[in-house]
Design a protein around this ligand. Structure first.
Ligand SMILES: C[S@@+](CC[C@H](N)C(=O)[O-])C[C@H]1O[C@@H](n2cnc3c(N)ncnc32)[C@H](O)[C@@H]1O
Length: 308
């Protein structure tokens, strides 16, 4: 399958909020992907230390190593291990979460029901179990968490029952067979065909479970914050409400604010170690989503670490 490239999301907004325009910053790009944000930092005269858990990103990173010698380095490591991998302090940190277009466009990575391939879905094919192995072996509680909680699939009961019934068959081995199983498990709804493929939510939930996507964000945010220089800035782009909730709560905690409506901890028990750079998440303008539909659900949050 031909690779079509990845368009970086909210690019001017990220450069602006991280103050990258004047150059001279030492930046940690925790999610290199296709290198669009990294290149923009480098072109503005900053240096970049980049991570991506997908070893295929290393190939793309080589171009930047050649173009910006001495100012760019890359490690194929999960950002949950950033404290063991990179040395701070950084003036800016960026997380642009989720998948790149390379993942959706490459059939044998198993992320897309549009291309038939093995049901893999691992961002790092060197580690962990594939989606097919997860579906074959997960206990019911983990299946429900993936389909109901992460995927937010309203008909989760039917999907979980269909997965359990299909164990040991071909239906759990390839993307198209599994998409078909989900479509057949879901109730038929009257009216026009749905705007999104009926298996979208289930695929997303299983992907989040297979890659432990929420846990690794919880682990990495405090590590990234610790690696920030005083006065340094951190920006996170998320694409899923559960991701954004983790980011929002972490940022509010760092800013000494209640994390959510029921957080009634006394104000004097809170530590203020950062200030929020935007009260509400920044979302892409219509001109961007018209050109790049993947940007539609993007939310950017940013903070600045205190200097004292
Ligand atoms: C949305 S893409 C980033 C795109 C990039 N900003 C660009 O401009 O091309 C997200 C990337 O983060 C990587 N990724 C996701 N979770 C990760 C993790 N836990 N550790 C390291 N990289 C991760 C994915 O492999 C993917 O390449």
């Amino acid at each position: 399958m031909a690779e079509t490239g990845h368009i970086p999301v909210l690019l001017p907004e990220v450069m602006d909020v991280l103050g990258a325009g004047r150059g001279g910053l030492r930046v940690l790009d925790a999610t290199f992907g296709g290198g669009g944000h990294a290149r923009a930092f480098l072109e503005r005269g900053n240096s970049v230390v980049a991570l991506d858990c997908d070893p295929e990103a290393a190939e793309r990173a080589r171009d930047l190593e050649r173009a910006f010698p001495g100012r760019f380095s890359f490690s194929a490591v999960n950002f949950e291990r950033l404290d063991e991998t990179v040395e701070g302090p950084f003036d800016a940190v960026l997380f642009d979460l989720g998948l790149s277009s390379f993942h959706y466009d490459t059939a044998d990575r198993g992320f897309s029901f549009r291309h038939d391939g093995p049901l893999d879905m691992r961002l790092d094919p060197r580690a962990g179990m594939t989606a097919a192995e997860f579906l074959e072996t997960a206990d019911r509680r983990d299946l429900i968490r993936a389909v109901r909680h992460y995927g937010e699939e309203p008909s989760w009961r039917r999907v979980v029952a269909a997965v359990e019934a299909a164990r040991g068959t071909e239906a759990l081995r390839t993307t198209s067979a599994f998409a078909q199983l989900v479509v057949e498990a879901l109730p038929r709804r009257p009216g026009p065909p749905p705007r999104i493929h009926p298996a979208t939510r289930v695929f997303q939930g299983i992907r989040i479970a297979v890659n432990r996507e929420l846990e690794v964000i919880e682990t990495a945010l405090p590590k990234a914050f610790a690696a920030l220089a005083p006065g340094g800035r951190m920006a996170v782009i998320s694409f899923h409400s559960l991701e954004d909730r983790i980011v929002k709560r972490f940022f509010r905690r760092a800013a000494g604010m209640p994390e959510h409506a029921r957080d009634s901890a006394p104000q004097q028990s809170r530590k203020v170690s950062a200030k929020l750079l935007n009260r509400r998440p920044v979302t892409p303008p219509e001109s961007e989503t018209a050109m790049n539909p993947r940007a539609r659900s993007a939310k950017l949050r940013a903070l600045e670490k205190r200097t004292d």
